[in-house]
Design a protein around this ligand. Structure first.
Ligand SMILES: Cc1cn([C@H]2C[C@H](O)[C@@H](COP(=O)(O)OP(=O)(O)OP(=O)(O)O)O2)c(=O)[nH]c1=O
Length: 188
């Protein structure tokens, strides 16, 4: 049986994935500056943000419950792709991803008064070639706008995914296997 926690996230995907684990949780939404530091490697960036969400969330609820934070970025050719700013930004992302293999990095952090537990999960995702017509049509569905890399593997973009090597739930936003492991490490 898991302890009750707080999930520091506005992402409906993370909420659903945590429900899938059978965890009882409250939702909180701490405000975090998501800017990338100069020359910051992607793995450090997502890890820093996940921890910042959990730590800020823990203070927000006056240290009442352990807090889980997570962050997901798409990484290709040393570039960190967050959510697309607009259609032009989205099309540039799709051109980078089409016909290529990229990494999806999801970091999770679980914080209480005495512990700061962290994990980083890296998954390789290979896209088939995507035509310009498909890119434009996909943008019009509205799905890309709130997703790292401008796509949702769990949605209409599933058809672009030729192969995945790693954790499907991590790509969607919360790695279930590793989240369970962190929860097991919490001292009660
Ligand atoms: C790659 C990919 C990302 N995503 C989503 C997961 C995350 O919600 C989002 C990445 O943005 P994040 O900044 O990690 O998360 P968020 O702003 O949505 O939520 P919060 O910071 O409050 O926890 O992209 C998918 O849903 N499917 C995918 O295939």
């Amino acid at each position: 049986m898991y302890p009750t926690i707080a999930l520091a996230s506005a992402s409906p995907r993370r909420r659903e994935l945590l429900q899938q684990l059978g965890v009882n949780f409250e939702l909180i939404n701490p405000d975090i500056d998501e800017s990338i530091l100069t020359a910051e490697p992607a793995a450090e960036y997502v890890s820093r943000l996940a921890l910042a969400k959990a730590k800020t969330g823990f203070q927000l609820i006056a240290q009442r419950l352990p807090v889980l934070g997570a962050d997901t970025s798409v990484v290709i050719a040393q570039r960190i792709l967050g959510k697309p700013r607009d259609k032009t930004d989205f099309l540039q992302m799709m051109q980078l991803l089409s016909g290529q293999t990229h990494q999806v990095m999801t970091a999770i952090a679980l914080v209480n008064a005495t512990q700061q537990l962290q994990k980083l999960v890296i998954t390789d995702v290979s896209f088939r070639e995507i035509t310009s017509d498909e890119m434009h049509a996909y943008w019009l569905t509205g799905e890309p706008v709130d997703k790292a890399g401008g796509y949702g593997i769990q949605g209409l973009a599933g058809k672009f995914v030729a192969r995945i090597n790693g954790s499907y739930s991590a790509v969607v936003g919360l790695p279930l296997c590793e989240t369970d492991q962190l929860l097991q490490q919490l001292q009660r």
